[in-house]
Design a protein around this ligand. Structure first.
Ligand SMILES: Nc1ncnc2c1ncn2[C@@H]1O[C@H](COP(=O)(O)OP(=O)(O)O)[C@@H](O)[C@H]1O
Ligand SMILES: O=C(CO)[C@@H](O)[C@H](O)COP(=O)(O)O
Length: 482
């Protein structure tokens, strides 16, 4: 391995399933060391939620950094990208009051419906906040907590997002950034500030929230932390949500579409225009710089398809083409389309349907849900033939890639760099350290380079079949019948 040229920086991705840490040479983008440690997601008291212990994220960070050996101790700057939306409630001593409610916990669907109506409906939310909240959004989770666990809400002295929690443990300062703040539902994109009226409606004092840093500001420096292999005094960048970090990590320019296949499926692009989609399909996030990140997200992506592969007793690549089965893999309810109470649906079985075709149908269902949002995400700046940048753990799989090609009809590019969230965080840390634009840092590191795949003819028959089943099964998918 070549000797690093520049100062070393650390980029962290604290996502749903694990923490990944990279030590990167700020001059060249070369990955000098990496570490990864898993997280546990539990169902909460009733078993129907999605919760994780923030303390475990901290321990996972220590473990992942520990795996980076001496290199982490030489880092001059660090930044943390984290799963978006999660509600972290801390007591006066900074300890979690209860496990964090994660982005894919849909128990706050009734509170979401009420909040949308109270504020004047979807169009009013889109205009003011930039997004019509899904039950993913922090504001709906806080409303759920106030209603369902009032003692926990009363004991809360600070409210944080996952990346804020980790950043604060590094620096001792309560901070966040505009990218991740834009997924709370109480940060209004129209005014680029916390919305006092929304906070009042859900009974949350702004004093409990972190300060929103501007792009390029430092969150602080690493304080003395004996359990973490980082040097005291290293610079800490703002950090951001994982999708915003990946956009930085790709050095994304406006109009370049990204499809990310991880626990969540996401489709997004950077835009110079503030998004405000009244249908609620597109969340109008801010990016981690000064632009915007219109994004649509599904709850059921790689984990759901892996689960179906396991049920069928097949390897994830053991797909077969053909047949007429349709599988909507909405195992966790769904966000795109907005069906929080849905469960998975299988239709179109015949005597000759094979297990491999059923697995392919699960891939089709997951990719179809994401692609329905692609045109809404892209604005007038987007070239219709721009390649889809395929990232996330699923991008390593041929079955995912071929499904995306067949159902999108677009060229696909798969960046060789695998950990784009952690790389984006590293680029943010390098940008802070060197006084450079983090997206320019990532472009200098050539993170988006990788094999390109020509477009293939779009499989209109499969798309039509999927769309037909989705609309015919609407009543079933909207109901709570398991
Ligand atoms: N070689 C592979 N082929 C296809 N999918 C893979 C491969 N390796 C990992 N994955 C998928 O990647 C997913 C994790 O992706 P990742 O982007 O790390 O998720 P997250 O950031 O949500 O925790 C796993 O659920 C797994 O299905
Ligand atoms: O909710 C969203 C985006 O709005 C998700 O994309 C989360 O940010 C979780 O990300 P992963 O753990 O799947 O990376």
């Amino acid at each position: 391995m070549p000797v690093p040229e520049g100062p070393l920086v650390v980029g962290v991705d604290s996502s749903t399933q694990s923490t990944k840490a990279l030590v990167v040479d700020a001059a060249t983008g070369q990955i000098v060391a990496r570490g990864q440690a898993p997280h546990t997601v539990g169902g909460g008291a009733g078993g129907d939620g999605k919760e994780s212990d923030p303390e475990q994220w901290w321990r996972a960070l220590a473990e992942a950094l520990g795996q980076c050996g001496a290199h982490a101790r030489q880092a001059a700057a660090i930044s943390v990208g984290g799963q978006q939306h999660g509600l972290v409630t801390l007591d006066a001593a900074g300890r979690p009051v209860r496990p964090a409610l994660l982005w894919n916990d849909v128990r706050s669907a009734p509170q979401r419906d009420r909040l949308v109506e109270e504020l004047g409906g979807p169009a009013a939310w889109a205009e003011r906040v930039g997004s019509v909240p899904a039950p993913a959004f922090t504001v709906t989770k806080w409303a759920w907590l106030k209603e369902t666990e009032p003692e926990a809400a009363r004991a809360t002295a600070a409210v944080r997002l996952p990346h804020d929690y980790l950043t604060e443990r590094l620096t001792g300062q309560g901070t966040t950034d505009r990218g991740d703040a834009s997924g709370t539902g109480w940060w209004a994109s129209a005014s680029e500030s916390y919305d006092g009226d929304i906070l009042e409606r859900v009974g949350l004092s702004p004093d409990l929230l972190p300060r929103v840093l501007r792009h390029g500001e430092a969150a602080g420096t690493v304080r003395h932390l004996p359990d973490l292999p980082l040097p005291d005094g290293a610079l800490v960048a703002t950090g951001t949500g994982d999708n915003m970090a990946a956009a930085l990590g790709l050095g994304l320019r406006p109009g370049q579409p990204v499809l990310s296949l991880g626990t969540s499926g996401t489709v997004y692009a950077v835009s110079a225009r503030r998004p405000a989609d009244p249908t609620g399909v597109v969340a109008g996030f801010a990016d981690a710089r000064d632009a915007w990140l219109p994004l649509a997200c599904t709850l059921n992506c790689t984990l759901a398809v892996d689960r179906i592969a396991a049920l069928l007793g097949r390897e994830r690549e053991a797909v077969e083409q053909g047949g007429s089965a349709v599988l909507l893999p909405f195992l966790d309810g769904e966000r795109t389309p907005d069906l929080p109470l849905a469960s998975g649906l299988l239709y179109g079985l015949r005597h000759d349907t094979t297990p491999g075709q059923l697995l392919q149908a699960a891939y089709d269902g997951a990719v179809f849900a994401l692609l329905t949002a692609l045109d809404r995400v892209l604005d007038a700046d987007a070239a219709p033939d721009a390649p889809l940048l395929l990232i996330g753990g699923g991008a390593k799989g041929a079955a995912w890639r071929e499904t995306v090609r067949r159902l999108s009809g677009r060229p696909v590019q798969v960046p060789r760099a695998e950990e784009l969230v952690a790389l984006g965080a590293a680029a943010q840390a390098a940008g802070l350290l060197l006084g450079e634009d983090p997206a320019a840092v990532a472009r200098r590191w050539k993170t988006a380079e990788g094999p390109s795949y020509e477009p293939v003819k779009r499989d209109e028959v499969a798309l039509e079949r999927l769309g037909g089943v989705l609309s015919d099964a609407d009543a079933l998918l909207r109901g709570s019948t398991p």
